[in-house]
Design a protein around this ligand. Sequence first.
Ligand SMILES: [Zn+2]
Length: 339
Amino acid sequence: MDVFDHASLAFPQSLPEFQRLFPDDAACAAYLEKARWNGNFVCPHCQAGGEPFRFDNRPGVLRCRKCRRNTGLMVGTVMERSHTPLSVWFWAAYLVASQTPGISAVQFQRQLRLSRYETAFQILHKLRAGMVRPDQDRIGGHPGTHIEVDEAWIGGRTRGEGRGVHHKTLVAVAVEVRYRQPGTAQDKRKDGRYAGRVRLAIATDRSAESLCGFVESAVTPGSLIVTDDWSGYNSLRTRGYDHHAIAECGDPEVSEDFLPISHLVISNLKTWLNGTHHGVSAKHLQAYLNEFTFRFNRRFYPFNAFRSLLGIAGVTAAPTYTELYSDEWQHTRCSGYGH
Ligand SMILES: [Zn+2]
């Protein structure tokens, strides 16, 4: 089946719709079954087709009528080996996919009345594992776009450690800069510029090895890259990029003018880390950077995000270039996060 076929696997657009589509564990199981076999169950043990046995008290299990062996619907998904009911997982993926800032473990525990914080934390962490695309491609490489690359210190006071304890971590950001069509409602904001896809990574330091290494892993060679005039970026040309360094970028006003989109991304990232998650430790920061990147790059595709989070049917949820720069993309707000 076409895993991107919206009609065959509906994505709820609202809480009432979610309730209607996924009222109980059996409905969630039916969704998983449809995603995997689309109504044509094939036993993975003996390859026999035909309608399997179902059990009211074990909605996540199908039993082959021929070889009598069980097949778990959660196998191969992030829900595998979990004792948490399917419906809780579906709620989690829905909340994580549909809410712009995501949801904290504390909020999630409260909303679903989970007895243990650890359960909420683990569910969200497993969903987060679905946020890294194994074959994540590099951004850029498209005519008419350029990439802003910048770095920022993230962190500071860590929750529970009190004032004055600092764990600042250097984060490198690369973001595609796109231009709105002239004449559209938002083309006057930031000179019509808006963010395409982003890549974020922890950088060990501000050396050329670290920063240019990040660029090489994140950006397609040949792309035009705009940075400040920090020497760490000097070798970008010899590494195969078209490089434009903005002089005197130490001046915040100058850099705001010339690197506005990366500044917007960094500011949104900080707001999100502090607002939704109340700061995160350096140890977990990369996981949150992955989550932010996932949300940012899929902010108009909650349908794909939902199944990607659950790890259903090997969905590669990253929007294609065409999707990203379709009319739908152009007409939606670009600021992403922060209020
Ligand atoms: Zn069988």
